[in-house]
Design a protein around this ligand. Structure first.
Ligand code: HEC
Length: 159
């Protein structure tokens, strides 16, 4: 019993000490205007992306209160870093045509399969859950732009 108490005490001290550590925050420029204007994103699609995706797929995250708690912040930071490395809407301008078309194709796949937004996210952010209408407007926006980028690529190939 004494040993257990000691272990619990040590764990509490460790958790308290951990609170001094927190990963660097993702609070840069969201810079979504290039994406939105280049893809002619309707207002409704802009709202969907801002509500359901950009916390993990842009340079600006709106953090929940529990991000002040270590190790929750480490876990959130992992999702953000990984999400951004796969797809970052803030740097749309830097993507090649091929990459843009491919990312749009992946967006369609991920949302249709219900993989995105992540379950762990929608568990807390209920408003990020895509309704049937939201899903179909996001997919049709992505599809038409994927086609657009592929068409431009085709033209460039024949130059
Ligand atoms: C809580 C964070 C989070 C949210 C919110 C989120 N994603 Fe993701 N996303 C990730 C992570 C982490 C990965 C990489 C690991 C994986 O595929 O599960 C990822 C991967 C992806 C990929 C795959 C890209 C590739 O190169 O394979 C696409 C596409 C994507 N997300 C689209 C979206 C869209 C669209 C939304 C909004 C409807 C969204 N995500 C919301 C965290 C998130």
């Amino acid at each position: 019993m004494k040993k257990l108490r000691k272990t619990v005490f040590c764990l509490i001290i460790l958790l308290l000490l951990l609170q001094f550590y927190s990963p660097e925050k993702n609070i840069g420029e969201s810079n979504l205007n290039v994406l939105f204007s280049e893809t002619n994103a309707p207002e409704s699609v802009q709202i969907i992306i801002k509500t359901s995706c950009t916390d993990c797929h842009s340079n600006l995250t709106t953090y929940p209160w529990y991000n002040n708690i270590t190790p929750l912040n480490i876990w959130l930071n992992d999702h953000i870093e990984e999400g951004k490395s796969h797809l970052n809407f803030s740097v749309w301008n830097d993507y090649s045509l091929k990459r843009k078309a491919h990312k749009l194709e992946e967006i369609i796949e991920e949302v249709q399969e219900g993989e995105m937004p992540l379950n762990s996210y929608t568990w807390i952010h209920k408003d990020a859950i895509l309704t049937a209408d939201e899903l179909s407007s996001l997919v049709s926006w992505a599809k038409s732009n994927q086609m657009k980028y592929e068409l431009i690529m085709g033209f460039e190939d024949h130059d």
